[in-house]
Design a protein around this ligand. Sequence first.
Ligand code: SAM
Length: 227
Amino acid sequence: MPETKSIFNTVAKRYDILNTIFSLGIDRLWRKRLVEELGNANLTLDIATGTAGVAIEALNKLNSQLVIGIDLSGEMLELAQKKLESLEANGKVILVQGAAENLPFKKNTFDAVTIAFGIRNTVDPVKSLREMNRVLRSGGKLGVLEFSVPQNKVFGPFYMSYLRSLLPFVGSIFGTRKEYEYLADSIPKFPQRESFIMLMKEASFGVEKAIELTFGTVIIYIGVKEN
Ligand SMILES: C[S@@+](CC[C@H](N)C(=O)[O-])C[C@H]1O[C@@H](n2cnc3c(N)ncnc32)[C@H](O)[C@@H]1O
């Protein structure tokens, strides 16, 4: 398996356009819905921020004074920085290079934490969730957006073959076949629904809800730091 950081450094330049192609543009609506589920938050942390899609939504929708976006990949962060400058949001979203498993922030700092399409790529999801819990203030909310395999007996297998053939094929047009093969394969292997909720509980989160979107191809999990 290629190292996560090198995968995202490789796909960075085409990341936004490929997302739009694969999801037919719906990915933006998923990110919007994620932040809408969190209510207001003065200070928000977006983990695995990538090209800052969720961080920008958080700024607009959560009335956040400040959003911090953290990511392992320097190339993704460079693109995020350019996007923020073009939107004149660079003073309100601060980008930091770092890992979800070892967040460089004090405990009880953030009102909300988000992670979209990132937890699946972390080396240690439970350690990452525990870190999210540590940096959230008591009562603060966690929003996780992640791909899943639909449970419908007809659509599920169809969707899996779409993932396993179309993603690497389109990826190959952009010279990133190997990376998109890995990303497609990693979806069914990652804990979903009840199994992921168990991981959130293991990291001391109260789980408020799990919302299935677009025929169960993605799920938003909302957790709360209870103490
Ligand atoms: C599929 S992208 C998602 C980006 C963005 N959140 C979005 O909604 O488009 C996954 C991102 O997670 C980052 N990442 C992977 N493992 C990480 C880790 N352990 N800590 C922080 N970021 C990580 C990658 O560098 C990449 O930018």
